[in-house]
Design a protein around this ligand. Sequence first.
Ligand code: ATP
Length: 246
Amino acid sequence: MIPKNHPRYQSLVLRDKIVKAHKNGILADSGMIAHGRGEAFDYLIGEVTSAPAKEAIRTAAAALLLADNPVLSVNGNTAALAAEEIVELSRFLEAKIEINLFYRTPKRVENVEKVLKKAGASQIYGTDSDNLKYIEGIESPRATASAEGIFKADVILVPLEDGDRAEILVNSGKTVITVDLNPLSRTSKKSSITIVDNIVRAIPLIKEEVLSLKEKDINSLKNILKSFNNEKNLKESLKIIEIKEL
Ligand code: ATP
């Protein structure tokens, strides 16, 4: 039991969730390492949602509202930390949910599916490993997608993604929104909209922005997208990490 007054309480709660998810076969070993990398960056940004992250979140909400076929992609870490929030967001957006695992095994897919169902998801794409398609004909496990989900999507939210896959998705013409605490990762640099924030803070904030932008006309939403520059935003996030004093 982690004492609530512990200075790193939130961070330790998340770590605990990750360890449990690993024990329950939701996370691959590398998922734990990926979490550690994210945790270090979160420490450096002060474990709060920064101004550039807020701008990226608003832009992501606009892109998702403008989408014809939005899909929320879920991997082990996302399922471990934000399953309920993802399911809730999918309802507000009428977006599909797809399981997308880098280290894919039928058992892990089944475990992630259970977590999502427990969180309230009814239809989940990407569960049938035999029926995945290859994006742009690239016969790599990094290019797989379900035919009715990511394969068809025009806008995808892919939190905590791998750089190669992010690149394949962007090159196939999709708008790729990622959540990644590391502004230097290949995923952060390749994606169309990168939210440099912890997934546990970012997803509920995307939902809030979706609610606040929902009544806006298409042109206002398009203007939000037009005024966003991912590279500039990443540079602003990097400035926050700059360590000025002990
Ligand atoms: P890339 O191939 O994009 O350079 P990578 O190899 O550094 O990525 P991966 O292990 O593929 O990293 O993906 C994990 C990414 O997710 C890391 O950049 C890490 O900072 C980030 N991350 C981990 N946990 C969280 C979290 N809770 N919220 C947001 N980002 C996270």
